[in-house]
Design a protein around this ligand. Structure first.
Ligand code: ADP
Ligand code: MG
Length: 621
């Protein structure tokens, strides 16, 4: 098909869908079309600059690297020209006829939903080239690749179902996009409008953007300037540029270092977390430069994945300019850069928590989940991450969170471990049996209320040389609280006589069979009759629940049940076992199920409910 001069092709189905959303839902954000086209032109120029380093022979070698925008207010056209890499016929077809995007179907429905809810959100989405159809009756893309042997080609479409490709000889290197404006959009063919939009969205594009002969943008690498010479407005504008945002950042870190590596970095924390807003997993947001030349946009190598919410730029002159993508991934230098910058950023967050607690609280509320993700997976930075974690505890005010360091500062003299307990809410935790012994001994317990929390503590293992221990562990050994000894004798009801207790425990274990690993007398319970604890101490009950939910094959390990032998129910059970063993067995099963529910572990509800009714019936007789 290479000798075909002109051919008409159908858009891929996803493209049609995207076009429909862009044209109908995003209509109120029309200005961004120019931002998208300029950003593509700048990308193409960056790619060219990069290719030039590898390949001696390129077409139109001396064409200046710039973007030019012209307009005709009589013909109602707008033309954006760049001298970037350009596209061959095959590339035009692939890039402008299909979507390579992570392109799940849900992406489009989410995009459409978001567009309805809040157009500001949409600004942060790269809707890309197709945004041109918000303002266009027709779009023509004339392109000539930088490859010496390529041929020029024109792509044209009205944004409906199809596009055409036609040979187009005599072009310069790069891409020219000619937009015939639709009736509602003819105002864009004006110098004032074009300059206004460039100032708003594209001010920091690193190539000159020329409108009617004037360079409109500030071509500068803000990160390379010294802090004193940058205004807040410039920082904010730059943030908007690198993150496609409309709002301002929550906070920023601008630093430079000379040793062990030469680094200039400008990193921003945004205000919103788009992952929790249903947009799916975020891509990395920090680009890698060497002496102001882009090496990799939105680099996955320069920061760990769990810092994907951070936006900005890292520039290191120690990087070889012509490093390839593959080499970046394997480069020991990049690994080192990553380590240094991550460490510096975490240190910055820790300082922020000291100096501007409210700002840090906002970061934690919005992006804490990412830091927790790091704490479950990153060994290198785990200590720095542990300092940034915040949780509610039995001694925090409801809704207020504390740092592990605050816990440690309040620990009892003879307390060696840090305790935590999982539950769906503060109320549920405080009503459950796990806290009883800690309350009695006045020992603080951290409340882990997110599914990921127990994995975080499990991975950290310890904080400040103190072991992190889940309150549902079987072998827990609490230091005695000061007031404990005085209270003990007066308040605690008598225990079962030891011989009776021993027989009862053995009988309970036999009745429950292999549902339990062991049944033992509890030293920790005060007002609950029984509690489920984890004998192996590897997984907490909360972790097991999550493992089970994500993998049906996961077998919940068998638990130990502790029995409160001074509880009136247990004493009555000892009597009932002698009088009516079958009924006593039902009661034991019910106690076990109740304890499992309190442990947050799934039980089979049907038999439980049936049994429960039988017991109630008998109680009412
Ligand atoms: P994105 O920029 O996120 O990749 P776009 O829809 O904006 O998505 O563009 C799709 C692709 O078309 C780009 O990745 C690029 O390969 C190609 N493209 C668009 N505009 C140009 C241009 N001016 N020069 C060269 N290639 C371009
Ligand atoms: Mg783009």
């Amino acid at each position: 098909m290479t000798d075909v001069k002109s051919e008409t092709k159908e858009f891929q189905a996803e493209v049609k869908q995207l076009l429909d959303i862009v044209i109908h839902s995003l209509y109120t954000e029309r200005d961004i079309f120019l931002r998208e086209l300029i950003s593509n032109a700048a990308d193409a120029l960056e790619k060219f600059r990069h290719q030039q380093l590898f390949e001696g022979d390129v077409f139109d070698k001396d064409a200046p690297l710039e973007i030019a925008i012209s307009f005709d207010d009589k013909e109602h056209t707008l033309t954006i020209t760049d001298s970037g890499v350009g596209m061959t016929r095959a590339e035009l077809e692939k890039n402008l006829g299909t979507i390579a995007h992570s392109g799940s179907k849900s992406f489009f429905s989410e995009l459409a939903e978001a567009a309805k809810k809040d157009v500001n959100l949409i600004g942060q989405f790269g809707v890309g080239f197709y945004a041109a159809f918000m303002v266009a009756k027709t779009v023509r893309v004339q392109s000539r690749s930088y490859r010496p042997d390529a041929e020029g080609c024109e792509w044209a479409s009205e944004g409906a179902g199809s596009y055409t490709l036609t040979s187009c000889p005599g072009l310069h290197r790069g891409t020219k996009i000619i937009i015939e404006l639709n009736e509602d959009s003819q105002d864009y063919a004006s110098e004032y409008e074009i300059k206004r939009i460039i100032k708003q969205y594209s001010n920091f594009v690193p190539f000159p953007i020329k409108v009617a002969g004037d360079t409109v943008n500030t071509v500068q690498a803000l990160w390379a300037k010294s802090k004193q010479d940058i205004t807040d407005d410039e920082y904010n504008e730059f943030y908007k540029f690198v993150s496609n945002a409309i709002d301002e950042p929550l906070t920023k870190l601008h630093f430079s270092a000379d040793a062990p590596l030469a680094i200039k970095a400008l990193l921003f924390v945004p205000k919103e977390n788009f992952e929790t807003m249903g947009f799916g997993r975020m891509d990395p947001g920090v680009s890698l430069y060497c002496q102001k030349i882009l090496i990799e946009q939105n680099s996955a190598n320069i920061l760990p994945e769990w810092l994907r919410f951070v936006k900005g730029v890292v520039d290191s002159e120690d990087l070889p300019l012509n490093i390839s993508r593959q080499a970046l991934q394997d480069s020991a230098l990049v690994v080192k850069l990553n380590k240094i910058i991550t460490g510096r950023f975490l240190k910055y967050l820790a300082e922020l928590a000291e100096k501007e607690p409210e700002t840090y609280e906002k970061i934690w509320k919005t992006f804490g989940i990412f830091l927790k993700e790091g704490a479950t997976s990153d060994f290198m930075h785990r200590e720095a991450l542990a300092k940034l974690l915040r949780f509610e505890s039995s001694k925090s005010e409801p809704g207020k969170q504390i740092a592990l360091a605050e816990y440690v500062a309040r620990m009892k003299e003879d307390q060696k471990e840090i305790y935590y307990v999982n539950g769906p809410s503060r109320h549920a935790i405080e009503a459950g049996p796990y806290l009883e012994a800690f309350k009695k001994n006045d020992i603080e317990v951290i409340y882990t209320m997110e599914p990921i929390d127990d994995f975080v503590f499990n991975h950290l293992g310890e904080f400040d040389s103190k072991k992190l221990v889940s309150a549902d562990r079987a072998d827990i050994d609490l230091p005695k609280g000061a007031e404990d000894e005085t209270k003990e004798d007066t308040e605690k009801p008598a225990e079962l006589e030891s011989a009776i207790a021993a027989t009862l425990l053995k009988w309970i274990k036999d009745s429950l069979g292999d549902k339990v690993k062991d049944v033992v007398a509890s030293k920790r319970l005060v007002s609950s009759p029984a509690i489920i604890v984890n004998p192996d101490g590897i997984f907490t009950s909360s972790m097991e629940r999550i493992l089970k939910a994500s993998n049906q094959e996961h077998k919940i390990s068998s638990k130990t049940m502790e029995i409160n032998t001074s509880h009136s129910l247990i004493k009555a059970l000892a009597d009932m076992r002698v009088k009516d063993e079958e009924f006593a067995r039902s009661v034991v099963e019910q106690i076990y199920d109740n304890a499992m529910i309190q442990a947050g572990l799934l039980i089979e509800p049907r038999t439980m409910v049936e049994r429960n009714y039988k017991i109630l019936e008998r109680a009412l007789q």
